[in-house]
Write a protein that binds this ligand. Structure first.
Ligand SMILES: *[C@@H]1O[C@H](CO)[C@@H](O)[C@H](O)[C@H]1NC(C)=O
Length: 187
């Protein structure tokens, strides 16, 4: 009871959005099972190259806090293993670092000699792809003078003022069909 058709559709739409946004909540455990360490000459460069990092993800550094820490540093300090002017320092032994903005992140262990021994991590974080272009047709400019390339082919014989509402109606009809198809598969 209370399980209306609209609610079912809403749940389906949210599930589809959740699948599209799968990568958003990824937590990357630095070094995998090796963790954050100088043991075994772990290759953190190799580790980062086998993964992709997107805004909204986070890094998890797991290590023995008696022997290691995590310092986020500038690129130059990363290259020279200089931990004296870190922009952020983590010491708990199980530290989560949110990757909130796209760009380069540099980390090293501040214990003497550890960075030189290879305990340093560079991560390039890509911008998370926006959902809106995929799920909802972008509202067209009200002038109607230039239909976008994606929708122009269907209505190329029409003038702009007519083709805009037509293509938008087509788009919303198609998203309705997608929802119905998903509903058929799931029920
Ligand atoms: C490390 O950086 C600080 C300031 O950022 C600088 O004063 C110091 O000389 C540097 N140390 C080394 C060994 O380069």
């Amino acid at each position: 009871m209370g399980f209306s058709r609209e609610n079912v559709y809403l749940v389906i739409v949210l599930m589809v959005m959740g699948m599209l946004r799968k990568s958003v909540a990824s937590v990357h455990k630095v070094g995998g099972s090796a963790g954050w360490t100088i043991m075994g000459n772990f290759d953190y460069k190799k580790w980062t190259s086998s993964d992709t990092f997107t805004t909204g993800d986070s890094l998890l550094f797991v290590y023995n806090s008696q022997f290691h820490n995590v310092k986020q540093v500038s690129r130059l300090d990363f290259l020279s293993c200089n931990a004296t002017s870190a922009v952020a320092t983590y010491t708990s032994g199980s530290d989560t670092v949110a990757l909130t903005t796209p760009g380069h992140y540099y980390f090293l262990c501040g214990f003497p000699g550890h960075c030189q021994a290879g305990q340093k991590l560079h991560v390039l974080v890509a911008a998370s792809p926006s959902l809106s272009p995929d799920l909802s047709p972008t509202p067209s400019p009200s002038t109607g003078s230039s239909p976008s390339p994606a929708t122009a082919s269907e209505d190329s014989a029409q003038n702009g003022a007519v083709s805009m509402p037509l293509s938008m109606a087509l788009a919303s009809a198609m998203s309705g069909v997608v929802v119905l198809l998903v509903a058929l598969v799931l029920y």
